[in-house]
Design a protein around this ligand. Structure first.
Ligand SMILES: CC(C)(COP(=O)(O)OP(=O)(O)OC[C@H]1O[C@@H](n2cnc3c(N)ncnc32)[C@H](O)[C@@H]1OP(=O)(O)O)[C@@H](O)C(=O)NCCC(=O)NCCS
Length: 121
């Protein structure tokens, strides 16, 4: 379900689509697609972010949600998406890698040390 039309970071707002992940009438998490990126977002945030509530983790939900959002990114005109995660966030790294993410680099950013991946659409 698309909701928030914008993503705000460092006082700069970009167009975004947010999808809720639901199971029957339970909210399990959300995934957000940013249509454009500011320089800080290129550095440390990427096009797609997600979270799954703790009680629903480990069921493949983030992997499924990321796969489901990639066609929306393509429809939004993107041919490649950038995804980042904290260096120690193995669950997020595995989610990205499970969707064909190729590690571009690991770098120190103003939001911490990040693994940066690309997914070709
Ligand atoms: C990251 C997060 C979204 C993963 O959600 P999830 O629905 O549990 O993920 P999945 O079940 O799809 O698992 C994805 C992969 O991570 C692995 N994984 C899950 N939890 C893990 C953990 N605690 N440690 C290491 N690997 C883990 C799974 O085995 C799976 O790998 P596989 O495909 O090789 O088997 C969830 O942990 C979360 O919301 N974390 C807090 C917010 C966050 O970090 N968001 C990402 C910001 S970049």
């Amino acid at each position: 379900m698309p909701a928030d039309p914008a993503f705000l970071l460092g006082g700069v707002q970009v167009t975004a689509s947010r999808f809720w992940i639901v199971e029957e009438d339970s909210y399990l998490g959300a995934i957000e697609l940013r249509h454009v990126l500011t320089p800080v977002m290129v550095e440390a945030v990427g096009h797609i972010g997600y979270n799954v509530r703790p009680t629903a983790r480990g069921r493949g939900i983030a992997t499924w949600a990321l796969k489901a959002v990639l066609p929306h990114a393509h429809s939004a005109g993107l041919s490649r998406v950038l995804l980042t995660c904290d260096e120690q966030n193995l669950a997020s790294a595995r989610t990205i890698e499970g969707n064909g993410g190729v590690l571009e680099d690991v770098r120190d950013t103003e939001l911490g040390r990040k693994r940066r991946y690309g997914i070709e659409l």
